[in-house]
Design a protein around this ligand. Sequence first.
Ligand code: AFP
Length: 349
Amino acid sequence: MPQIAGTFDAYLNQAVALDARLGAAARVLLAVAAAAVEMTGLVDLGRLYGQLGASLASTNTDGDVQKELDVLANDMFVGAFRQAPVAAVVSEEMSEPLVLDSAAQLAVAIDPLDGSSNIDSNVSIGTIFSILPVLAKANGTEAHFLQPGRMQIAAGFVIYGPQTSIVFALGNGQTQIFTLDRRAGRFYQAVSAPVIDRESAEYAINASNYRHWEAPVRAFIDDCEQGTEGPLKRDHTMRWTGSLVADTYRILLRGGIFLYPGDQRAGYNHGRLRLLYEANPIALIVERAAGIATDGLHPILDIVPSAIHARVPLVFGSAAPVGLVARYHSDPQFSARAPLFGKRGLMRL
Ligand code: AFP
């Protein structure tokens, strides 16, 4: 008889029973889960939402116009946070922080629908969230969000794919994966405390940007491509979904390294991904699964944000390759060896 999986509520109740200070964050996680169930219903429709939504909007008594799914996702999650102890929200969809209950204890940063350009190609997309304690003394609302990611009380993401799952870490706990039983509308524990393999020969990067990368990143990818004939002495494989949550979920379950480095394109010198509501949540759940997350060299969770929408280069996953990339960045002698492999044509067989 298969073990009946524990429910999301039961996990949260147990965590709060062990540490009452997690009560407020648990309520925010319940709000995320409730909004995720609602979002699943819309994401499942894909383009049909556009048609059905338009017809619904035309019958809507408020005369609501048809909204892009990512704007709608923002409204949905902000609405859910109004029912939870949330003092303020930062969102990729809002230029400024939104104050909710100024007496509440938590500040939430969110990417309501990451990977939204993938909706039309039916690729998994997600909602990424970060829960921080408000500061006792803050010079303005933004100050609550300019804390290093190590201060997060909880963080994670919802992935809307073949399954809808919520992947998170709460308090000092290890990463957890709860999957939605659509029939019951409830989340059940699917994977408890996944451990990212220390080694991996699978990397995720948008290889079309090769010519824009800095030398250490080019050198590392060159060495991966050279497989058994190169300095890493093993063949590699590559995956790139264009969806951060999908790549993260795969790495949690089978290892790998994800790289979105800074590059020489205008506006990409700090990469594409945002520190507050993409890199920090991903870094927390990766570290709590025995992985590593850096900006190429330094731990993501130690970085003090310069602004609420600041971007950061992001390298995370299996400890060995992420550590190796840091060495390519930090060790001139080591990276000096690598350019011999990095120049197209030289040393290529
Ligand atoms: P969108 O939300 O615009 O689809 O971007 C998705 C994303 O932020 C992240 O989920 C992917 O890992 C990354 O961008 C893909 O970036 P490229 O399109 O430059 O490969």
